[in-house]
Design a protein around this ligand. Structure first.
Ligand code: T1G
Length: 724
């Protein structure tokens, strides 16, 4: 919908499709008809296009891509050309965001003005497409090829000042952009439009076109290997430099069509909406984000100022909330404060924040050694060492000192939330908030509800999570929750492959070629072999088992003989300069395959009488990824994960799963559930002693359906299989 109204001799067209004025069919129709009406009305001398509500149009309506309505007349190209051809000056008055098709609309206009805080950009590469309504043809004609290549291949947002400097905006205005837009339109209403129609302009730096496009192509292939959209963007921009608009736009549309039908675009658009769905939680019994009102949170506290705790403190301070940091002794407290101050000093040095802002943010931090100082806070997040006894002690203390309605949350990454809550008299106000390292940077928050956690606690913690800049995914309580639970079979298979014939670099190479940035063995070295050794020991102990005895722990996927051998030799990973790999020195990032490790593996296998064999990459790929996916299905059938989108967002934002595959569940649907089930059944028969190869009942049921079941309907099957 586009509202048309006249103010004197100015026609004002408001795109009106809350919340972000996505350019759905009706908005396009409204804009097209509005230009036509203004063109025909002799009393209209000029036109202003703007957005109703919080923003200018942020692009095409992504939801229309699947339905095909995006192509319906007038499509966006036709709307932009209509605006440009208008014989009366058209001014785009931009506030909020002008993104994708929204920026294309404004480039179709003869002038563009923007508010001081507006942002413009072409984020299409983030959803696997390109600016397909003339964006790759018009932008370089306004600002040149070089900045266009940067803006379009990166998908980044450009601030008002930079947009003015580049020439995207003709003016930055204070106050209401519509009022200013009308004033500006009046000021140019008698100006000739010749030279203001962008498609007729020449590309200013055309002489360097080949050089610029060649280096941009090399850069996108290096930086985003395997991604189709950035490559297509460079191709389309090269065309703009060499071809008149009327021909260039056809080539752009052809490239766009190829992308639109690609699996990558579908996966990236799925991920776009899955990320926005995450905070819309629902719990068994029906309470949900739409029915429960969160409690206000005005103050927080964090117990434990280690690497995770100090990162969590920064998230809270960055959201403008006061935060108390509690530590067991002065040495640890000073270490935590020093880490936080150091990170802010680093941001100031990099120009990411001003000295003043850093000072103001740090003034919200109150360090203490006294639990009593927490008596008035609304939410406490515990981030002490991953030990059940210690966590129960802390929660017992908190329960005594904190006000009755304070929420107590644990940053545990694996331990049982109900067991932690049992140390308090308020299990309904206890929840897990599993941050990912580094906590001040990683967007994901895996929030765990216990058996007695109240819907209001869920609502309050979810709202706080969004406030501190996180994407909160609500999951149920089980060992490892969703993310780490799926990580377990993946890691176990990676390590079993070492015993059977592979070496660390061979396993990691397959996984990294799939698109996960760091392979499982390198992750082992990053987190520290001592950390994983202690967690395995802790979990085995809880099961009453000895983690060094194969017969004890192998059925539970807890037998890591190679890791144990390296640990016993003091090879703890990156921090000691040696683990599954060797490193130039302690702390270095570059992992170098180490013949010593291969000797240790060979020696272990000889000792155990294991005949090593060549393991084909396809087997490494299937055993690591399919075991993980199978576990994902189990979290769905058990109701630990509420929907496949949640599983996918956890792996996309928390574990580096390649976004252009949509996540493990979306990827499974692309592989085909019948084929996937067949392969998991094969490994189940080959390794009957490994529980994690027992096929998920949900996967089995879905794979037996006559027709492939769309992801959005898996939930219905999950509820039936969970009762099986
Ligand atoms: C030819 C042409 O060249 C091509 C082909 C294109 O133009 S392709 C399209 C290019 N444009 C984009 O990629 C911009 C995508 N949007 C964003 O980056 C962000 O939205 C935002 C602008 C920075 C605001 O962030 P926010 O945090 O304030 O709100 P939100 O939670 O994200 O969004 C609020 C609500 O709006 C929905 N939404 C946002 N953008 C949408 C879009 N383009 N289409 C449909 N729905 C959209 C979103 O799902 C959510 O819905 P719900 O969850 O409430 O039901």
């Amino acid at each position: 919908m586009a509202d048309y109204r006249k103010q004197g001799d100015v026609a004002v067209l408001h795109a009106n499709n809350p919340p972000v004025n996505a350019l759905s069919y009706h908005v396009r129709q409204g804009l097209y008809d509005g230009i036509e009406a203004a063109e025909k009305d002799p009393s209209v001398k000029c036109i202003v296009i703007c957005g109703k509500g919080k923003t200018f149009p942020v692009g095409a309506d992504i939801r229309e891509f699947a339905s095909g309505s995006a192509k319906k007349f007038p499509n966006l190209i036709e709307v932009c050309d209509k605006i440009e051809a208008c014989t009366k000056p058209v001014v785009a008055a931009i506030h909020g965001f002008a993104l994708g098709g929204g920026l294309e609309i404004s480039l179709g206009c003869h002038y563009r003005i923007g508010g001081t805080s507006c942002k413009v950009g072409f984020p299409e590469v983030n959803i696997g497409v390109l600016p397909g309504a003339g964006g790759t043809q018009r932008l370089p004609r306004v600002i040149g090829l070089k900045p266009s290549l940067d803006i379009i291949t990166s998908g980044c947002h450009v601030g008002a000042k930079e947009a003015l400097k580049l020439g995207i905006l003709d003016k930055i205005v204070q106050g209401d952009v519509v009022t200013e837009g009308i004033k500006f339109a009046k000021s140019v209403q008698n100006q000739p439009l010749h030279g203001r129609r962008v498609s007729t302009m020449a590309v200013p730096d055309v002489s360097q076109a080949n050089a610029l496009c060649n280096s941009a192509m090399a850069e996108v292939k290096r930086k985003s290997s395997g991604l189709l959209a950035p490559v297509a963007c460079v191709k389309s921009l090269r065309v703009a430099a060499q071809t008149p608009y009327k021909d260039g736009i056809k080539i752009e549309s052809a490239l766009m069509l190829q992308l639109m039908t690609s699996g990558q675009a579908k996966a990236l658009q799925y991920a776009f909406f899955a990320e926005r769905l995450a905070s819309k939680w629902q719990v068994p019994g029906g309470a949900s984000h739409a029915t429960v009102t969160p409690r206000p949170v005005k103050s927080c506290a964090v117990v434990g100022g280690g690497y995770m705790g100090s990162g969590i403190v920064m998230c809270i301070l960055n959201a403008g909330l006061p935060c108390i940091l509690v530590e067991a002794n002065q040495k640890f407290l000073d270490r935590g404060i020093k880490m936080i101050q150091g990170l802010y000093a680093g941001s100031v040095k990099l120009g990411k924040m001003s000295e003043q802002d850093a000072k103001k943010t740090l003034s919200l931090l109150k360090p203490t050694l006294r639990y009593e100082d927490l008596k008035d806070v609304d939410v406490v997040i515990e981030a002490v060492f991953e030990d059940m006894k210690l966590k129960q002690e802390v929660f017992g203390k908190l329960d005594k000192v904190c006000k009755k309605d304070a929420l107590l949350c644990s940053n545990t990454s694996t331990l049982n939330i109900d067991k932690i809550a049992s140390a308090t008299r308020r299990p309904d106000r206890v929840m897990g908030m599993h941050f990912f390292a580094p906590a001040y940077y990683m967007k994901l928050l895996e929030n765990i509800r216990g058996a007695e956690t109240s819907p209001q606690t869920v609502a309050t913690v979810t709202q706080l999570s969004v406030k501190i800049g996180k994407v909160p995914v609500l999951v149920g309580n089980c060992h490892g929750f969703v993310g780490n639970r799926m990580m377990a079979p993946y890691t176990t298979e990676a390590q079993r492959l070492l015993e059977e014939g592979a070496y660390p670099h061979q396993v990691d190479q397959v996984i990294e070629e799939f698109g996960i940035p760091i392979g499982p063995l390198k992750v082992g070295d990053l987190t520290g072999l001592d950390v994983s050794w202690k967690i395995t020991r802790e979990v085995s102990r809880m099961l009453g088992l000895d983690h060094t005895k194969r017969e004890d722990v192998e059925p539970f996927g807890l037998y890591f003989p190679v890791r144990n051998a390296l640990y016993e030799k003091g090879r703890l990973g990156r921090k000691t300069g040696a683990g599954f790999y060797k490193y130039e020195k302690a702390g270095s990032k570059v992992a170098i395959p180490d013949p010593l490790v291969m000797d240790i593996i060979d020696h272990h296998c000889r000792e155990e009488g294991i005949d090593r064999r060549r393991i084909p990459p396809q087997e490494i790929y299937e055993r690591c990824l399919y075991s993980l996916i199978n576990e994902g299905f189990k979290t769905l059938e058990e109701g630990i994960a509420a929907r496949p989108e949640d599983v996918d967002i956890i792996w996309l934002l928390g574990y580096g799963w390649p976004r252009y595959t949509g996540g493990p569940m979306h990827f499974a649907s692309q592989i085909g559930l019948r084929r996937l089930y067949g392969r998991i059944e094969y490994y189940h028969n080959k390794y009957p002693d490994r529980d994690h190869w027992t096929p998920s009942r949900l996967l089995k049921t879905l794979s037996q359906q006559e027709h492939p079941v769309p992801l959005a309907q898996w939930g219905q099957f999950a509820s039936t299989t969970s009762r099986l």
